[in-house]
Design a protein around this ligand. Structure first.
Ligand code: ZN
Length: 222
């Protein structure tokens, strides 16, 4: 059977489902309705954090399903969607001159074991490929805290994330790194993970796959 007919047969037998609402959507990652609700972030965001998407609507639904189902395949589909929308103009928009490596905010090993994957780590590798930079797995989450509610204030989140991260390898010394996380709400987690890098004399640029608008109160936990 010719490959094109094999692909058509496979997609008719196993059609893709929208990673937000689970509707059948052919070869697409989001169905047309969910896709229409997605907002791409401005690259120069408030609070020193740039991001790919607004954490709202279909992106929020998809990320909650990916994290709490959990589903690595949907996580990889979401990263493919990011690549389709961002990687072409990403290099020019982020002005990555000077950045020599990508780091990521890691999950605690117990949470990673439960989920089976770490979306921030996968995202860092997608960014590393887009920027042609190495990915450094040098941060460790030292506490297994309960998920943070998005309803917490930045002050509360800073207290909850204080001293949560440490450097596992101090033998490297890039001048500046891109520190990435999957979701940014108040920025407290990214700030906390940046501290050991800053204390090591490394400049830090922050980037999140999706960023919440702070004025939108939510009771999500992430
Ligand atoms: Zn959908």
């Amino acid at each position: 059977m010719a490959p094109i007919y094999a692909n058509l047969l496979f997609s008719s037998l196993f059609p893709s489902r929208c990673i937000s609402c689970d509707a059948i959507c052919g070869d697409l990652i989001f169905c047309d309705f969910c896709n229409s609700t997605i907002r791409v972030s401005a690259h120069a965001a408030a609070g020193g954090v740039s991001s790919g998407f607004h954490y709202a609507a279909a992106i929020r639904n998809a990320m909650l399903r990916i994290k709490f189902t959990p589903c690595e395949q949907s996580g990889r589909s979401l990263l493919r969607y990011w690549q389709q929308h961002h990687s072409e103009n990403f290099t020019a928009a982020l002005h990555p001159q000077g950045i020599s490596a990508v780091c990521f905010v890691p999950l605690h090993w117990r949470r990673r074991l439960t989920r089976g994957f770490d979306l921030s780590s996968l995202f860092a590798r997608a960014l590393g490929r887009a920027l042609q930079l190495p990915v450094l797995d040098v941060l460790q989450c030292t506490r297994f805290d309960p998920p943070l509610s998005l309803a917490l204030s930045k002050q509360d989140r800073l207290l909850r994330t204080q001293n949560r991260y440490r450097l596992t390898d101090s033998s490297f010394s890039p001048a500046e790194v891109l520190l990435v996380d999957d979701i940014c709400t108040t920025g407290a987690t990214l700030d906390s993970a940046a501290i050991p890098l800053l204390e090591h004399g490394i400049r830090v640029r922050k980037y999140a796959l999706a960023q919440a608008l702070i004025k939108e109160k939510s009771h999500d936990t992430i």
